[in-house]
Design a protein around this ligand. Sequence first.
Ligand code: UT7
Length: 330
Amino acid sequence: MHKLGIAITGSGSALPETSLDNEALTELVETSDDWITTRTGIRQRRLAHPGESLSQLAAAASKQAIASAGITAADLDLILLATSTPDDLFGSACQIQAELGATKAVAFDLTAACSGFVFGLVTAAQYIRTGVYQNVLLVGADILSRWVDWQDRRTCVLFGDGAGAVVLQSNESDRLLGFTLKSDGTQNHYLNLAYKGSSRELISDVNISQGTYQPITMNGKEVYRFAVQRVPEVIDKALFQANLSIEQIDWLLLHQANQRILDAVAQRLNIPKHKVISNLAHYGNTSAASIPIALDEAVRQGKIQPNDIIAASGFGAGLTWGAAIFQWGR
Ligand code: UT7
């Protein structure tokens, strides 16, 4: 009989070496270090160079996660890649599988923008709870620098590149204590990386569209409003499901979009500042990668300890948002 509980047993992260600070951005757009720092808390971001691929970054983070879980790539049953920026539109999870030599694992991509890691965590958990898989690698990785309009100061100052990964394993006790996932497509137009094509007549009366994806567009104010309102709601719901009170949370681990969002959500939930994990000063918004990178750093810094209770929440394009309450370690 398989164990049907879930434990998150290892983490890893990988960031490109090239770093761009706020001052450097003033060479590109009309902005200032002061505006970016006070409005977002971001001071610098990492950027993937042209030779770097998403699957390479993802594989580097994955190797750390696998090693820290104390398993090997051959043990993996499933690889889930949460990304909006695959190297290949057909998906990049299989390239990670090949890079790792995870011969037994089935691999596929999952797209839920900045909510991708939380959605992936819950998806991975279903496979373990049903007893079909025992060892799952979940990667959140994005290279948004390839899809940002570097002349749009409203967006280009926000994003950075990176990858984070965790290993989930079947376990006697279930460490995923509660979760809530939500979508609202009626607000889709607030944040897009949309395909845009032009019409082409293939043969007489047969028209198709050909084109490519357009740079990110965002209504920052609306997304901000949405995040500050919806994120506390889903955390509350997930906590209720977990039968836990706010005071029992050790760490608030939000998608790293804006320090003001982290502060506002913490304030609404009455969570003290010292429990809020934040690294966006260094990396900006790395989309699906932001939660696992911040998680991995906090684990390696010895902040997050085994049995600590973490409230994680992702939010972003779709619009999508969700929360997962879990306990670190076996
Ligand atoms: O990962 C997905 C989730 N995404 C998010 O959570 C993003 C949510 N939104 C935000 O974080 C914030 O809305 C932003 C950081 C994007 C913007 O902050 P804001 O306080 O909402 O600023 P704003 O858009 O209201 O703009 C205020 C002013 C405007 O000028 P006017 O119209 O008042 O003259 C902007 O044109 O700031 C201007 N502005 C800038 N100025 C200098 C916008 N971007 C910049 C910039 N540098 N980079």
